[in-house]
Design a binder for this molecule. Structure first.
Ligand code: SF4
Length: 224
């Protein structure tokens, strides 16, 4: 993983290394909700209640949308993702997401959306937006990780949406071992279940499904 220097412009300014791949949804001619190309995610859920559901992704700009407390501010996963299209966290993002979800909903089948491949929940308005999508779209399921801990307003709001939609909003707090629905680096805690993909036991998240089916234990990720 590429680790940036403390005085690197992306670190100080709080943005991606790859500004050319940050798009404004207002002028972006394609879908913002995409089908994953990363084999680690997989394309379909193969286990549990959501078996058969297609997987989709949304990618925001790393650092620009993240909590500054993130342990990976310097060595963010995004430092090694030059080609991913990231979306600006602006007002145009909301209708673009709604448009794409409408199209997916029209297929009439449950689906699993990964929030976010890069980036994070950047405001209370944005968390509330997802709450209303869950309210209005019965087929929508969401999983992912956030570095917004429930000791600050955005994290508290994520927790309240998760409590309301226990089965459909599986957002794990990163590096927050106090919470059973968290996801830790092995350096923070090893009390939980190791990610089967990293352990060579599962080809993809679609095959594994642990992050959204296991509500009572943290998932542990390995740094090497
Ligand atoms: S535990 Fe399973 S679902 Fe979670 S990241 Fe690892 S492979 Fe994906």
């Amino acid at each position: 993983m590429t680790t940036l220097a403390l005085d690197h412009a992306a670190v100080v300014g709080g943005h991606t290394l790859f500004k050319k791949n940050v798009f404004d949804a207002a002028t972006y001619p394609y879908k913002v909700i995409k089908v994953p190309t990363d084999i680690k995610l997989g394309k379909k859920v193969k286990k549990g209640k959501l078996r058969g559901a297609k997987i989709y992704i949304l990618t925001l700009e790393e650092r620009a949308t993240c909590d500054y407390s993130c342990e990976h501010w310097l060595d963010c996963y995004g430092n090694n993702m030059p080609f991913a299209h990231r979306f600006l966290a602006n007002d145009a993002l909301y209708p673009a997401i709604v448009r794409d979800l409408d199209e997916i909903d029209s297929k009439g089948k449950p689906y699993q959306l990964r929030l976010h491949v890069l980036g994070d929940f950047f405001s209370l308005k944005y968390v509330n937006f997802w709450k209303s999508q869950l309210q209005n779209r019965e087929l929508l399921n969401i999983y992912g990780y956030t570095r917004n801990h429930p000791i600050k307003p955005i994290g508290k709001s994520i927790l309240s949406v998760r409590n309301k939609y226990k089965e459909r909003f599986s957002i794990r707090f990163s590096n927050y071992p106090d919470d059973p629905m968290s996801a830790q680096s092995e350096n923070v805690s090893t009390d939980g279940i190791g990610c089967p993909h990293q352990l060579g036991l599962s080809e993809s998240c679609g095959d594994c499904a642990l992050c959204w089916t296991m509500q009572t234990k943290p998932v542990i990720f390995y740094d090497h």
